[in-house]
Design a protein around this ligand. Structure first.
Ligand code: FES
Ligand SMILES: [Fe+2]
Length: 349
């Protein structure tokens, strides 16, 4: 088993100080839900006011897993001795000694928890960056599908970087996103803005009438070999979220939002949405299946990458000109990692 790079303290700090999705919001009922983030076991509890809070999945009494417990009224009940905790994590009942005061220290450790774009997000330590923006999710002109997450045996940073890698389309996605006859990466602009990486790239793509290019008008533009001209707009939010908004002909916009969640050092659960402003009466399954097919092509490649974690030293891997997106991405990650590490250090006064 490969251990985390001991020199990657900045990345460790950044991952703990970042928002990560841990569950689809609709899947979190009022019963406790067990999840794992960065190797730490957590329990999600939706209180009677619908607010969800993530606690470390450890009862402060004898360490039993609260996710094995249940809800009773407004309280989360431990399965071992029945201690009752309210939505803030404070113990409010010890059944074995109902007439004695409850120790003030009898409280669960809560994590930062938010519900955002249909997902439950958790930060283990004070986050250094806001939740990622996804404006199309709440735009009534769009239909946004919260898709079932999928697990890969890889580090989450490798999975996210794969989403920003343009040179692999011809080889990994022939016929869906790329064409082996055209392996060259189309020119693109890359810049950083408000701690995000942004990219704009006009890109021809094989025609896919089932999900993107059916019933086009005569205004649509094609290459000589029949590929359709599109424009890709990426926003990448360090460390682990990104969205692609693809401008298709006739005002169509197709958006993929992904947030690979670092379950542990070797497991990534990718939460994702597919969002569109056209063909709103077409079955969602067509759009989901297209992405399922695409990521099935990516999976064996990303799971094979070594070292599993992106090396902290930029020079540890070889970069060529068309890796400028991942270079910009890695530099921004390094900068934010230093910021997170500085936030970890106790202030000297
Ligand atoms: S271990 Fe939870 S109540 Fe005793
Ligand atoms: Fe891919």
């Amino acid at each position: 088993m490969q251990l985390p790079d001991p020199n990657d303290a900045p990345m460790d700090a950044l991952l703990r100080r970042s928002w990560h999705p841990v569950a689809i919001a609709d899947s979190v009922s009022h019963e406790p839900t067990a999840v794992t983030l960065l190797g730490e076991k957590l329990v999600l509890f939706r209180a009677s006011d619908s607010t969800v809070t993530a606690f470390h999945d450890v009862c402060v009494h004898r360490g039993a897993a609260l996710s094995l417990g249940w809800r009773d009224g407004d309280c989360l009940v431990c399965p071992f001795h029945g201690w009752r905790y309210d939505g803030s994590g404070q113990a409010v009942g010890i059944p074995s000694q109902p007439d004695r005061p409850i120790p003030a220290k009898a409280a669960l450790t809560a994590c930062h928890t938010r519900e955002h774009v249909g997902l439950i997000w958790v930060a283990l330590d004070d986050p250094v960056a806001p939740l990622p923006e996804f404006p199309e999710h709440d735009d009534p002109a769009f239909r946004s599908i919260v898709c079932p997450p999928y697990d890969w045996d890889c580090h989450a940073l490798r999975r996210l970087e794969n989403f920003l890698d343009f040179a692999h389309f011809a080889w990994v996605h022939p016929g869906t996103l790329g064409d082996p006859e055209h392996p060259e990466v189309p020119p693109h602009e890359v810049w950083s803005e408000d701690d995000e990486i942004r990219i704009r790239q006009p890109r021809p793509e094989p025609r896919n009438d089932d999900v993107k290019t059916g019933d086009l008008s005569e205004e649509a533009e094609f290459t000589d070999d029949g590929r359709v001209m599109t424009v890709m707009h990426y926003r990448a939010y360090p460390p682990l979220a990104a969205q692609l908004r693809q401008e298709l002909p006739d005002g169509r916009e197709y958006v993929v939002f992904i947030a690979p969640s670092p379950v542990d050092e070797h497991t990534t659960r990718t939460f994702w949405h597919v969002t569109r402003n056209y063909a709103l009466d077409q079955p969602d399954a067509d759009f989901i299946q297209f992405q399922v097919d695409v990521v099935a092509q990516d999976r064996p490649i990303v799971e094979s990458q070594r070292p599993e974690r992106i090396p902290p030293e930029i020079t540890a891997e070889l970069h060529v000109g068309d890796d400028k997106v991942s270079l910009a991405w890695r530099r921004l990650l390094a900068e934010l990692g230093q910021r997170a590490l500085a936030a970890d250090r106790p202030r000297v006064v």
